[in-house]
Design a protein around this ligand. Structure first.
Ligand code: PDD
Length: 284
């Protein structure tokens, strides 16, 4: 069965799906996106992803091309046409098509909305989580507004490629000695007294929706969470480390650069939080 994509109001074969060469997303990375996971037909944390999409659009003064209910209907139809129950859904909105010129198009432009869906394998993710993953560290060379989920991801791409080339799954990004987040996930550590630590929200991290739900889960599990900056040295000395994102849920980290974390096995707190997250996010 061939894949189907959604492009500006139409469902079209994935192979033929295209946007114009003067789309501002293509020329200026002038666009935003969301990634959400659907398991058994239920979109995890959809409320949070929708609210963040609205916020990103708002920060870039772009009109929302669709309200929540029709967007959910498009996702459902996309999944139906692709015969998917477990899927990764990608939603992208760019400012639209206009003759190349840096300022916003003076007469506005129609936003261009694209959506794709592909199979997501939960068991593969669980198997990975059972072993834990390695990460490396690199300087955080991104711009000053990474809280907006824009498609301008070149530094993230380079950081992830460095991880792949080092046989790791992710990269801890370090700015002014502090671990901000990873190339496509939020970074967490657990200190010796069992306190969970993750960088506070602000302009230097993307406020992860998984991060938000994981904080709520931790509180329900009576675990203490501190949203504060932590150094790479602190991370390497932590008893546990993990990352969160829509696509990795809560993923235990067993090594950072050449330092083993804890006993080199996924930690019990990360494992509990992963379970709690999966139970909570499907109802959000
Ligand atoms: N990335 N930080 C960055 C830089 C990210 O790109 C992401 C998500 C996150 C976690 O956010 P959330 O929990 O809302 O997924 C943090 C997605 C998965 C991606 O780009 O594919």
């Amino acid at each position: 069965m061939s894949r189907v994509a959604y492009v500006n109001g139409s469902f079209t074969p994935h192979l033929n799906a295209h946007v114009h060469i003067e789309d501002r997303g293509y020329q200026f990375a002038d666009g935003v996106y969301e990634v959400c996971i659907v398991i058994d037909g239920r979109t995890y944390d959809f409320d949070g992803h929708y609210r963040r999409l609205e916020r990103s659009l708002n920060e870039l003064r772009m009109p929302a091309p669709m309200k929540r209910a029709p967007l959910e209907a498009v996702i459902r139809e996309l999944l139906r046409r692709n015969r998917l129950r477990d899927a990764l859904v990608y939603i992208q909105v760019t400012r639209g098509v206009a003759p190349r010129n840096h300022p916003f198009p003076p007469n506005g432009a129609e936003p261009v909305m694209v959506m794709t869906a592909r199979r997501f394998n939960v068991s593969e993710s669980d198997a990975k989580a059972a072993k834990g993953v390695k990460v490396i560290s690199q300087p955080d060379i991104r711009w000053g507004r990474v809280d907006i989920k824009t498609v301008g991801l070149l530094p993230n791409v380079l950081a992830k490629q460095a991880a792949v080339e080092a046989g790791a799954a992710e990269t801890f990004l370090v700015r002014d000695g502090v671990v901000t987040e990873c190339s496509s996930s939020n970074a967490w550590i657990v200190d010796k007294s069992g306190v969970l630590i993750t960088h506070p929200k602000g302009n230097h991290i993307l406020g992860g929706i998984t991060r938000e739900t994981a904080i709520a889960c931790a509180q329900e599990l009576q675990l203490k969470v501190e949203e504060r900056a932590f150094t790479l040295e602190e991370a390497k000395a932590a008893t546990e480390a993990f990352m969160t994102s829509a696509t990795s849920f809560v993923m235990p980290i067993v090594a950072i650069d050449d330092s083993r974390i804890g006993d080199g096995q996924p930690g019990p707190i990360a494992a509990r939080l992963r379970n709690a997250y999966k139970n909570k996010a499907c109802g959000n």
